[in-house]
Design a protein around this ligand. Sequence first.
Ligand code: DAH
Length: 341
Amino acid sequence: MPFEDDIKSLLKDFNTELQKSGTKESLENLKNTYLGRKGKLSGLLGTLKDFSKDEKARYGKLANEVKAEMAKEFLEKQQHTAGGGSGFFDVTEPGKSQKLGHLHPYTKMREEVNHILYSMGFQILDGEEITSDYYCFESLNIPKGHPARDAWDTFYIEQKRNKNEELVLRTHTSSMQVAIMENQKPPLQTVVLGKCYRNEATDASHEHSFYQIEGFVVDETISVANMVSTLKQLLSAVFKEDVNVRLRPGFFPFVEPGYEMDMSCLNCKGEGCKVCKQSGWVELLGCGMIHPNVFKCAGYEPGKYTGYAFGVGFDRLTMMRYKIPDIRLFNSGDLRFIHQF
Ligand code: DAH
């Protein structure tokens, strides 16, 4: 029975090859080879004409059954092959779970700090990151060649603005003080929260780009007492507990008198520990009463106003708040870090 043998072995070969085909393309080839108009099955059917009438009827029926079986198996395989192209979609198949995004600790902290400052009556601004040497230094009582400039490792920009205005990447947000005062008259209660840049070797507590909060309050009778009570209140709200502060003398050319403000160590409650080097206090920010030369640059009437200013590292605050040991983690792009907050 050569025809019966031939068609059975054709079916067997077809099944073996079908098993092996895993892609849309290989399935398409298989279909053409076996079931196409000039395929192997048509070829075999073409030999039927040489058989007797009875045999033709029998073999023809058998051939139809085999063809139906091949078509059925083909369809099943196609439906379970990726990109099978049949339009089949298995709604019972479990979906791929998507990882949810996460707010960066900066963003969370910024929202919180903005909310606190706003509720205390501060206007919150950002301002330009590329600014002039004038706003960043000279208007803040730091003339060219002044040794205090060494405290800020500055990125200077080759291009000039307005013919010969020298440009820098702001090294501190204090650079917005005079720019804002030029446009607004006291009473002023302003905070600038934004990015700053320094040509700094990086380590666990230094980055070349970081955030600072600069605050300043100007009116006719502003005193050091106002400054201390406002900062104490601000820090207590940020750290959600009663924070003690103390002032030490500090030098910043744009304030007189100038201070360093320390905060009681939150880790040991002032008892002394590794974090505060056994002192019970942590250095936190610079502050002081705004220097008359700064008011002069702002165009304010001499002697009419007093005011205080303070500058604090926003990264530092965030690190203390969330107990983050290394500033470089913020920009690491490591999702394992972000997902902890
Ligand atoms: N701008 C200073 C810095 O980056 C910080 C600072 C100190 C700001 C004293 C102030 C201030 O407003 O009064 O180091």
